[in-house]
Design a protein around this ligand. Structure first.
Ligand code: GTP
Length: 246
């Protein structure tokens, strides 16, 4: 009965879902995984965990393979997306390796069964790992093509009753226009889900935002290239842009 009550109430500790872009793992390179960068990320996660926060991680695969880009060049979209999901598994294993070198117990769980490499994603088991203080790295997206890693991150955050999604990117928040092409673009410190959707702002895809909105899951978009920002975001400091209800 205690278990059932706990599940209904949600976690007793602060629980966050950190979404890491695959591209962030390649650092200055054009492709692949930079071990130095991954070590830096792992160190920040390990530091943030010392206050007892439970941390789930969802990682993308764009540093290795992008299904959407491949489909634009003629590949079947589903095939491209499956290749992208496999890329996230490589990233997840690299993050696990770095986290465990930083003395942080970690479990990798995959939405696509590959039991020789990592555990299958089983929600209740993921929650137990989190309760036991393990970082849970969730890979292979949702296991389905046509869904982004942001959508996978939102789904997993809702499933494991995280309190917030921390979307770590290379931009320091949500802007009213693309800051790379519009130097006068302004950054929001906070924006509602519906404003994000109706203004077609590209920070997250619409499926992810709708799922977050329906489940009142706040999302913080922040710049992970600033040293210490991952630790700050996990600790709950107000950085970047908060996407939430109005
Ligand atoms: P507890 O049940 O809480 O003790 O969790 P645990 O993860 O320590 O125990 P378990 O015996 O389930 O796993 C021991 C190790 O095997 C961990 O590193 C798991 O990640 C790994 N492991 C568990 N299941 C699988 C699997 O299906 N495939 C692979 N490759 N590894 C697994």
């Amino acid at each position: 009965m205690a278990d059932a009550g706990q599940a209904a109430k949600g976690p007793s500790r602060r629980r966050v879902l950190l979404k890491l872009s695959g591209e962030a793992l390649m650092g200055e390179h054009e492709y692949g995984i930079d071990p130095e960068i991954v070590r830096g990320i792992a160190g920040q996660i390990a530091a943030a965990k010392s206050d007892g926060t439970e941390i789930a991680v969802v990682v993308g695969g764009g540093n290795i393979f992008r299904g959407l880009a491949a489909s634009a060049r003629g590949m079947d979209r589903s095939t491209g997306d499956y290749m992208g999901m496999l890329a996230t598994v490589m990233n997840g294993l690299a993050i696990q390796d770095a986290l465990e070198q930083a003395k942080c117990p970690t479990r990798v769980m995959s939405a696509i069964a590959m039991n020789e490499i990592c555990e299958p994603y089983i929600r209740r088991r993921a929650e137990r790992h989190l309760e036991k203080g393990r970082v849970v790295v969730m890979v292979a997206g949702t296991g389905n093509p046509y869904f982004t890693t942001d959508t996978a991150a939102t789904l997993r955050a809702v499933e494991v009753h995280a309190q917030v999604i921390l979307k770590a990117t290379r931009v320091d928040g949500v802007y009213d226009a693309d800051p790379e092409t519009h130097p006068d673009a302004r950054r929001y410190s906070q924006i509602g889900y519906t404003d994000l959707l109706s203004n077609r702002l590209q920070a997250l895809d619409a499926t992810a935002v709708s799922l977050a909105m329906d489940n009142e899951m706040p999302i913080v978009v922040f710049d992970m290239t600033v040293p210490g920002n991952i630790t700050r975001a996990i600790a709950g400091e107000r950085i970047g842009t908060l996407i939430s209800g109005e």
